[in-house]
Design a protein around this ligand. Structure first.
Ligand SMILES: Cc1ncc(COP(=O)(O)O)c(C=O)c1O
Length: 331
């Protein structure tokens, strides 16, 4: 990955780049097509081209031509805030549709295996079916609430008696030994690279209003989307990344000391938010802005609310609340 960063940095600064032997692989992950050495790349190619009528000939087109997902203003100057609503992705109704699409494109093999806290499990089940690949999913016990969705999708899955997704990694070894390919959201650089594209999309949206972010607030899971957005907006506008980790438990998030690949490449301030605080963020968002966002979104918003510094805050809201309702009880 490190070998990709100088060329991506130059591409972000200048808006174009001529791919060489090393960077062609990196740019293939960003452009979601095979890039050949010597090809001249332009940032404009990454701008969304939505169908104004919203008519789609296939589910894959629904995904890629459904972009951009909306950006919603959720805070006024002098602490202006914008949230990227990633539950507008169609399959897992989360940011993980983008990640998983990139992971699947980056590897060959007809049998795929992955461990997931929920959203990748759903996205991979859908994308596997669409692309004719057999999928097996391992879930940590805390992600049991997505099992009914996996049953509907008819995908092979197993719930493990572990609390963290990374602890489940051990279990896939036997599948890999039998020829399955691990999509590996934790280590596969396609995860980071595709979110450089997400960052271009957001930049394109904010630019339409003449806005540049001074801070990016995002939850840390694999660190794929937070690190890529932090890298892009850091290079382009000097924005600072604030990574949110759970002080106890927040679905989809984990702590940096549990091992996290891409956050190491980007200067970031890492902050703790608890489940209760994330839920407070969810309630404030619902009551003030009308969106029922998921708990990791609530965690990012909670962190924004407690910040004092003026500037423009960009947040990512990875998914909505509905799949977590069974966890909440009455609040
Ligand atoms: C709901 C939710 N929020 C945030 C994240 C973290 O995203 P990333 O893995 O890109 O760090 C995840 C990852 O699974 C997630 O499911």
């Amino acid at each position: 990955m490190l070998e990709c960063l100088p060329s991506i940095e130059k591409f972000i600064r200048e808006g174009r780049y001529v791919a060489d032997d090393v960077s062609a692989r990196c740019f293939s992950g960003i452009f979601l097509r095979d890039i050949k050495p010597g090809e001249e790349l332009r940032i404009e190619e990454l701008y969304p081209s939505p169908d104004p009528y919203r008519v789609y000939g296939s589910p894959l087109e629904l995904l890629t031509r459904g972009w951009p997902t909306p950006l919603l203003k959720v805070g006024e100057a002098p602490r202006e805030a914008w949230a990227k609503l990633e539950w507008y992705n169609p399959f897992s109704r989360s940011i993980k549709d983008r990640t998983t699409y990139a992971l699947v494109r980056s590897i060959s093999g007809d049998r795929l295996v992955e461990v997931s806290s929920g959203n990748v499990a759903i996205a991979l089940s859908v994308l596997g079916a669409l692309l004719g690949k057999k999928v097996k999913i391992y879930l940590p016990s805390a992600a049991r609430y997505v099992e009914p969705a996996l049953d509907v999708l008819g995908v092979e899955h197993e719930v493990l008696d572990v609390t963290m997704t990374v602890e489940a990694l051990e279990h896939i070894k036997s599948d890999v030994a039998k020829g399955a390919v691990h999509t590996n959201q934790f280590e596969n650089d396609a995860n980071f690279l595709v979110h450089i594209r997400t960052a271009v999309e957001i930049d394109w949206q904010l630019s339409s209003k003449g806005i540049r972010p001074s801070y990016v607030i995002a939850g840390l899971g694999t660190s794929g989307h937070s690190a890529a957005l932090g890298f892009y907006f850091g290079v382009k506008y000097g924005a600072r990344l604030i990574g949110v980790q759970p002080s106890d438990w927040i679905p989809g998030l984990r702590r940096t000391e549990s091992g996290m690949k891409w956050i190491k490449y980007v200067p970031a301030e890492v902050v703790d938010v608890s489940f209760e605080e994330a839920l407070e963020g969810v309630k404030a968002l619902a009551r003030k802005h009308g969106v029922l966002a998921g708990l990791s979104s609530g965690a990012a918003y909670y962190e924004y609310l407690r910040r004092k510094a003026e500037g423009v805050y960009l947040m990512v809201f990875p998914d909505d609340l509905f799949k977590y309702l069974p966890l909440l009880g009455r609040t």
